[in-house]
Design a protein around this ligand. Sequence first.
Ligand code: SF4
Ligand code: SF4
Length: 112
Amino acid sequence: MTYVVTDACIRCKYMDCVEVCPVDCFYEGENMLVINPSECIDCGVCEPECPAEAILPDTENGLEKWLELNTTMSANWPNITRKRDAPADADSFKDVPDKYDTLFSANPGQGD
Ligand code: SF4
Ligand code: SF4
């Protein structure tokens, strides 16, 4: 089992999650973060910290796509352990559904 970051993080990227992770297993893309499933120790501490409710346990149904994306992208994106300011327009994307199709970017973020 692991936790995964899902669609709701895209273009929100509040980063509250990275500050609480005891094993620093968040990785930063241009528009979202992901969790490295092989490093996550399933503590669940990050889940309630996310203002966008983007972090879910992979035991929930229908998250296979997100598990795959977290696995793939965490191998390519830089590690992030320190919170920076969220994008200025983050709140305007918070309740937008199905952001992956139009707003996902495979480009890496800047990391720590
Ligand atoms: S707190 Fe939530 S929205 Fe913010 S970066 Fe982490 S997963 Fe994404
Ligand atoms: S569940 Fe725990 S170990 Fe996994 S990403 Fe969240 S805070 Fe880190």
